[in-house]
Write a protein that binds this ligand. Structure first.
Ligand SMILES: O=C(O)/C=C/c1cccc(O)c1O
Ligand SMILES: [Fe+2]
Length: 314
């Protein structure tokens, strides 16, 4: 018999705590996060597999794998997230990499991965910081085409992780951190300014001033979106609902038929982050699962279709 397994899909937004939102919106969001925390702590995972994206803090265009497992990882501490070492389950990370390679799923491995709020915010919200149960961090490129894994491949990775976990005794929580619909000002190589193209190509530590300027730029973008600035891609609650429903009801066959173009057009460039949820969800059986938390609210100030979905094996 395999050990119990749980899935948590959770949007992130580094603007939480920075940009003002109404008391009502904040209360509802905090309540959803509190419920997620309570259910995760009740599940009491012995191992976490955390699938997250990066926003040009750890991975750059000079070398951008579609996926990468970290056998050690450091949080850069961007926005309001904690800096420091993640409690990486090194042996489990290496064993997973080995198993994936043996199963013909070639995967990148970082012995010193750098992660940002795409990983650390979920840990901070659930455990108050980086002092967590052992975690296997898996990076998913959600910013740099053409190297963003397609929906089909994300599902296959999740299934392959699931097969690996079938042989482990640990109660395991799989977290997908990111998405859903949103398009924050993350530059691409189509940017007209060569200095910006260089910044997202070559890995280098930003100065404090550069970090502060980026934080301000993203905060301003959130307020502009909330004010209805028509140059920004709006959130798409209908797309988010269809995505969350498909994961909740195990309709992964249908979900992986969605076109890659439709993701960007309907839900925004950064909606590829939602693929972290798909990887994590596909590591659980399609059914029967118990879904005990399904929360959604669109919060433009935070540039987030903010969803939380928690399910576990029956
Ligand atoms: O720092 C960045 O480049 C991105 C910030 C951001 C803003 C809103 C929602 C997200 O998922 C983000 O990563
Ligand atoms: Fe993000």
């Amino acid at each position: 018999m395999t050990a119990p397994r749980a899935f948590l899909g959770m949007s992130h937004s580094p603007l939480l705590g920075l940009n003002p939102i109404s008391a009502e919106v904040e209360q509802s969001l905090n309540a959803a996060v509190a419920q997620a925390r309570q259910q995760v702590l009740a599940f009491d995972p012995e191992l976490i597999v955390l699938v997250g994206p990066d926003h040009y803090n750890g991975f750059f265009n000079e070398l951008m794998p579609p996926f990468c497992i970290g056998s050690a990882a450091t949080s850069v501490g961007d926005y309001l997230t904690p800096p420091g070492e993640l409690n990486v389950a090194t042996d489990a990370a290496l064993a997973l990499a080995t198993r994936l390679m043996d199963d013909d799923f070639d995967i990148a491995l970082s012995r010193r991965m750098q992660v940002d709020h795409g990983f650390s915010q979920a840990l901070q919200f659930l455990w108050g910081g980086l002092d967590t149960p052992p975690v296997v961090p898996i990076f998913l490129n959600a910013v740099a085409q053409p190297g963003i894994a397609r929906l089909r491949r994300c599902r296959q990775l999740g299934q392959a992780i699931g097969h690996f976990l079938d042989g482990l005794p640990q109660r395991t929580l799989l977290i997908g951190s990111g998405g859903l619909s949103h398009e924050p000002p993350v530059p691409t190589l189509a940017h007209p300014d060569p200095a910006i193209r260089e910044r997202i190509t070559i890995k280098r530590e930003p100065t404090q001033a550069e970090r502060a300027a980026k934080t301000q730029r993203v905060m301003d973008a959130g307020m502009a979106l909330a004010a209805g600035d028509s140059s920004m891609k709006p959130l798409n609650p209908d797309w988010d609902k269809r995505y969350m429903d498909a994961l909740e009801h195990g309709q992964l066959d249908a979900l992986v038929q969605w076109t890659e173009d439709s993701i960007e057009q309907e839900a925004g460039l950064s909606a590829h982050e939602s693929k972290t949820w798909l990887v994590a969800r596909a590591a659980l059986p399609q059914a029967p699962l118990r879904c005990t938390l399904h929360h959604y609210q669109a919060v433009p100030e935070l540039i987030a279709g903010y969803g939380v979905l928690f399910m576990q094996t029956a």
